[in-house]
Design a protein around this ligand. Structure first.
Ligand SMILES: Cc1ncc(COP(=O)(O)O)c(C=O)c1O
Length: 346
């Protein structure tokens, strides 16, 4: 999604040809960086970008493989901040407005672009397969139409990511095979029906891969009991390291890590330490009796927590510890106060 992500991928020698570069407003210098590094696909989001990528590719003397990101006009019935396939979205080329067809025609006649496929990302935390099935049908119909009208060779299709993970006990998640077979079956049947060749299928699960890989550990501090109202337990982090509850109303389970075997004794609300009343990590959770100093664990913090982290209130982003086979290793150090002043000229 950005030059920064390209730089990180490059720093660990991630194979450039496997990179799909997304973004609704890729900067010229980001496009230049992507092409000079040799990224496999630019997933073009709008018509203006199409011309820019063609221009940069021409200047570099290359032909760039691209996909078009389409908005099929489907509501994935998830939180409005994480639904992206609807017409009223900042992302993608809409099929119903004609922008998608215009972009496809332009891409196919561009001197330095190779339009190899179509992409759609419906949003995140999608618990049912219906939106994917609908999207596949719409995209494949579009591919067939573009094939007839402009000779488009549909070689690759990506239905994006969005596979859900279980954050709380009351929202169990479908198995990944449920999504996989529904998507694959709809591609096969749509292609068969329209008499077109099946494209290569590429998926982009994010959260479903890394979400469960991390547990956030906080230390309980101030405890405020308002009789008959609520008991707040404040911790040493909050919205600066996990903005999801404040941004999307996301819910988490919590555990007292040093008392996991103790019985539930009270209902508390886990609050962050930042200067916002909305800085609440988990509202009304049943836990054993908590005292200052206890460790509170929030599972499923491997996605959209640290990448969305900030230095709000000049706080320090936390360390990351990798635990593997009973061995622990710090793989990202905690920030220091010096880091906060790093970019300032005084
Ligand atoms: C284009 C695109 N693909 C894939 C993903 C991954 O989504 P998720 O983590 O919900 O699977 C995102 C997330 O924002 C995205 O924007």
């Amino acid at each position: 999604m950005s030059g920064g992500e390209l730089a990180i991928a490059r720093s660990v020698d991630f194979p450039a040809e496997k990179v799909y570069f997304h973004g609704n407003n890729k900067l010229r210098e980001e496009i230049e960086l992507a092409l000079s590094w040799g990224v496999g696909r630019i997933v073009v989001d709008n018509i203006e970008e199409l011309s820019q990528v063609n221009e940069v590719a021409r200047e570099a003397g290359i032909t760039q493989r691209i996909m078009l990101r389409l908005t099929p006009g489907i509501d994935a019935h998830t939180h409005q901040h994480i639904t992206t396939g609807v017409i009223d979205s900042k992302f993608g080329l809409s099929i119903v407005t004609g922008h998608a067809e215009e972009a496809a025609a332009k891409a196919l006649s561009a001197s330095n672009l190779d339009l190899i496929g179509l992409h759609v990302h419906l949003g995140s935390l999608i618990f049912s397969v219906e939106p994917y099935q609908q999207a596949v049908k719409i995209i494949i119909q579009f591919a067939a139409q573009i094939g007839d009208r402009y000779g488009f060779d549909f070689r690759e299709f990506s239905p994006g990511g969005g596979f859900a993970v279980t954050y709380t006990r009351d929202t169990p998640t479908p198995d990944v095979t449920y999504y996989a077979s529904a998507i694959a079956d709809s591609i096969q049947s749509s292609c068969r029906q329209l008499g077109i060749q099946q494209p290569r299928l590429v998926v982009e699960p994010g959260r479903a891969i890394v979400g469960r890989a991390a547990i956030a550990i906080y230390r309980a501090g101030a405890i405020k009991d308002i009789p008959g109202v609520r008991k707040y337990v404040s911790v040493d982090g909050g919205m600066a390291d996990n903005i999801r509850p404040a941004l999307y109303g996301s819910r988490y389970e919590a555990l007292v890590a040093n008392r996991v075997r103790e019985a539930v004794a009270e209902q508390v609300t886990i609050a962050g330490k930042f200067c916002e009343s909305g800085d609440i990590l988990v509202k009304d959770v049943q836990l054993p009796n908590i005292a200052a100093g206890d460790l509170i664990a929030l599972p499923v913090c491997g996605a959209y927590c640290l990448p969305l982290a900030s230095n709000y209130n000049a706080s320090l982003r936390p360390a990351v510890v990798l635990v593997n086979d009973g061995k622990a290793r710090v793989i990202r150090r905690r920030e220091s106060y010096d880091d906060l002043m790093h970019c300032d000229f005084v």
